[in-house]
Design a binder for this molecule. Structure first.
Ligand code: NDP
Ligand code: 2IT
Length: 448
């Protein structure tokens, strides 16, 4: 970046921070995109005149509401919930719902903002959105979760629709929650529609949606390594998280001959010294998906549990952060680099801090940003919408082939836009490729 471009970036960020005070996650996500696109954007008079960058960083609307629900013992509880409808220039709003005590407006704005560019990269007609609540599903009974979902949908249903806004899952929202939400939507609207994705396979869900984010992340990682004359075979991979994304990334890695070395949750770390086996993965998957257990309470022969540890201290070739935002900081990056990591492929959204990304770049470590490498989930959600609209369902193999092709295409577009002096900057590539498409649409629409 030139000095003049830096000055423009500082000026733009000053304004954004003033308009969005105390929203550090949102500011972080915007700064990353603005840094990538400014050198191109500043040369585009038409886009500057139309204030595309200022407009694209302002959500179309944020719906904020109270969700009141009843505990099993008859106490009344109230949580906050939001839907951030960020930008629908490329298609109906699309993005997940997150249930986690850390959810606030800044987190959902960063996620909604990222989703605009991620969805643009998939090549499917989807706008960007995100929603959720500070509800903590941990320790809640099945019935409490059901009542919470019903109550949330009682308000949300009037703001969504198959051609308006199509929510899906994210942290704390999986098949069970989507089913409760979907049931309540149908009851309120008296019609079946593809208004949510991630539905059960017997009622309109798509094959491979459950696996899509983790598998897609591995497909992206494979494409990135192959582009640089490497392969996944035999590589040791440190994975964080043990939820939807982490488990299916591990599954695909084993299939590809790689060795997943870790899984984690907010309590600590499981370390598989010789790489995880299919049998071990199946035990953990059942424990997490059906029993909703904690890793600390799981005993697997030969597998060590380390309380309060994250995976980044483990010797590995590839790091796959699949838990949450800013879970891999500068110190973790230094440790990974010291241990010889060659690639970081993000399954989570914005898991790597700006300082850590800089360290990877300066040390020649390949780094795939989530908006490119975790786009497989929303891509298959997009395919679920298409199947619902056509009233058909594709076979597993057909969806998987489409997912693979989409991930390869996203990789190739990151290379196209991100190559500089013979090196690929995947962050710049993803941001520029994603941004250009949305900006072009906004310009074409005029002053809306
Ligand atoms: P899940 O709820 O299935 O799993 C989340 C995992 O991350 C759990 O192991 C959880 O541990 C851990 N985790 C969550 N928050 C924290 C935290 N604050 N500190 C430490 N660990 C934490 O979510 P997903 O697997 O669906 O999502 C993981 C990431 O992937 C998120 O960033 C999400 O936005 C992103 N993503 C998800 C997609 C999807 O299709 N599901 C698509 C694209 C991106 P614990 O149980 O202890 O909280
Ligand atoms: O972050 C994400 O891309 C998701 N949570 C999936 C969104 C979706 O609509 O499938």
């Amino acid at each position: 970046m030139t000095e003049a471009e830096h000055t423009e970036l500082r000026k733009f960020m000053r304004g954004l921070k003033k308009r969005n005070p105390y929203q550090s996650e949102f500011q972080q996500a915007v700064e990353e995109v603005a840094t990538s696109v400014l050198p191109w954007y500043l040369k585009q008079d038409a886009y500057r005149k139309a204030e595309i960058l200022e407009r694209i960083t302002e959500p179309d609307r944020i719906i904020s509401f109270r969700v009141t629900w009843e505990t099993d013992s008859g106490e009344i509880r109230a949580n906050r919930a939001w839907r951030v409808q960020f930008n629908n220039c490329l298609g109906p709003y699309k993005g997940g719902l997150r249930f986690h005590p850390d959810v606030n407006e800044s987190v959902l704005k960063f996620l909604g903002f990222e989703q605009i560019f991620k969805n643009s990269l998939t090549g499917l007609p989807m706008g960007g959105a995100k929603g959720g609540s500070n509800f903590n599903p941990k320790g809640k009974s099945e019935r409490e979760v059901m009542r919470f979902c019903y109550s949330l949908m009682t308000e949300l249903h009037r703001h969504i629709g198959e051609d308006t806004d199509v929510p899906a899952g994210d942290i704390g929202v999986g098949g069970r929650e989507i089913s409760y939400l979907f049931g309540q939507y149908m009851r309120l609207e008296n019609r079946w529609s593809g208004v949510l994705t991630g539905k059960g396979l017997s009622f309109g869900g798509s094959a491979v949606r459950t696996e899509a984010t983790g598998w897609g992340c591995v497909y992206f990682c494979e494409a990135m390594l192959e582009h640089h004359g490497e392969s996944l075979n035999g590589k040791t991979v440190a994975i964080s998280g043990s939820g939807n994304v982490a488990l299916y990334a591990a599954q695909k890695l084993i299939e590809k001959g790689a060795k997943p070395a870790t899984l984690s949750d907010s309590g600590g770390l499981l370390h598989f010294k010789d790489g995880m086996t299919v049998e071990q993965l199946e035990i953990i998957r059942k424990w997490k998906e059906q029993d909703r257990g904690r890793l600390a309470d799981l005993q697997i022969k030969g597998v060590a549990y380390h309380e309060s540890k994250n995976p980044w201290g483990v010797d590995c070739d590839v790091a796959m952060p699949c838990a949450t935002q800013n879970e891999l900081d500068h110190e973790d990056a230094q440790t990974l680099i010291k241990n010889g990591v060659i690639a970081v492929c993000e399954g989570a959204n914005m898991p790597t801090t700006a300082e850590a990304i800089k360290a990877f770049r300066e040390n020649g470590v390949l780094h795939a940003p989530g908006k490119a490498s975790n786009a497989g989930g929303v891509a298959v959600s997009g395919l679920e919408q298409s199947q619902n609209a056509m009233r058909i369902s594709w076979k597993r193999n057909e969806v998987d082939l489409r997912l693979k092709a989409i991930m390869q295409d996203i990789h190739d577009r990151c290379v196209e836009e991100g190559v500089k002096d013979g090196r690929v900057n995947y962050v710049d590539g993803a941001n520029i490729a994603g941004f250009k498409k949305v900006a072009t649409a906004m310009l074409a629409y005029g002053a809306i």
